[in-house]
Ligand binder design. Structure first.
Ligand code: 4FN
Length: 244
């Protein structure tokens, strides 16, 4: 997969894109990443990329001509997604990341200031994605979140441990509690079932912990989850106020 980011702050991507998973993906030839500086397309001796909004009011707007030149320079194919990272976009979810991970090329555009001139949307943006409802200073951190979520799903990026993780998250539930050595920490012991050596009992306990935690903290996730008859029976028990 080729990912090209258009940004005013290309250096923000250096640390994230050289960390272990990204490095492996790039080293294995599965990811070709570049951060392109929008300012290189200003066409202005002062390298100006923003201007005040028509109609007045505060703040600055990223200029359409500059951003459109930056996008054109990448020569997107007719079917290349040109994605604006934006609070107005559809929310990034695992399903969105999975769909994007099957593409061969993504162009991500990061906004700054009060936003981008609307004509960039009209002429060049094919998709808008948001990572959530809070105010950010720019689209860069959002782009990095999207890249992290997408790249780990590219086949071959994660090794055997990746397949396991994918399977455990694929059911759409939260994880239950995890424990590792030592068996006792400041008087708190790990649940006995985990050290019992009974694999089937461990799996059953984990499933129920996962269901319980999802029911407690994110009941909305249960609506889309893949649930067995046994899962539903356990959840009905929780809803009826049964202890376990
Ligand atoms: N943000 C909100 C309402 C109005 C504006 C913002 C906001 C960066 C260029 C966009 C924010 C959040 C998630 C990109 C937020 C995202 C951005 C994102 C983002 C500078 C203009 C701006 C109602 C959501 C709080 C600034 C709500 N995912 N404007 O943050 O780019 O991708």
């Amino acid at each position: 997969m080729k990912i090209e980011v258009l940004t005013l702050f290309p250096n923000m991507f250096s640390a994230v894109m050289s960390e272990s998973m990204m490095w492996k993906a790039r080293d294995r030839g599965l990811l070709d990443f570049s951060a392109c500086d929008i300012r290189d397309h200003s066409g202005d001796k002062h390298r100006k990329v923003d201007d005040s909004p028509y109609g007045g009011g505060g703040g600055m707007i990223l200029k359409a001509d500059v951003l459109l030149r930056a996008i054109d320079a990448l020569e997107p194919a007719a079917d290349t997604p040109v994605i604006l990272m934006s609070p107005q976009g559809r929310t990034l979810t695992h399903a969105v990341a999975l769909a994007l991970s099957r593409r061969v090329r993504l162009i991500l555009v990061c906004g700054h200031y009060e936003g981008v001139d609307e004509r960039v949307r009209d002429l060049a943006i094919t998709d808008e994605i948001s990572i959530g409802d809070y105010v950010l200073t720019g689209g860069e951190l959002a782009a990095m979140v999207l890249i992290d979520a997408v790249v780990r799903l590219i086949p071959g990026v994660l090794g055997a441990e990746g397949a396991e993780q994918r399977d455990s998250y694929a059911d759409g539930l939260l994880e239950g509690p995890h424990y590792t050595r030592p068996p006792e920490v400041r008087g708190l012991t790990a649940p006995e079932v985990l050290t019992s050596g009974h694999h089937a009992e461990v799996e059953h306990w984990r499933r129920r912990q996962s269901l319980r935690r999802t029911w407690q903290r994110r009941p909305d996730l249960l609506e889309k989850a893949d649930l067995s008859a046994d899962d539903r029976e356990y959840l009905a028990g929780l809803a009826a106020g049964e202890a376990d």
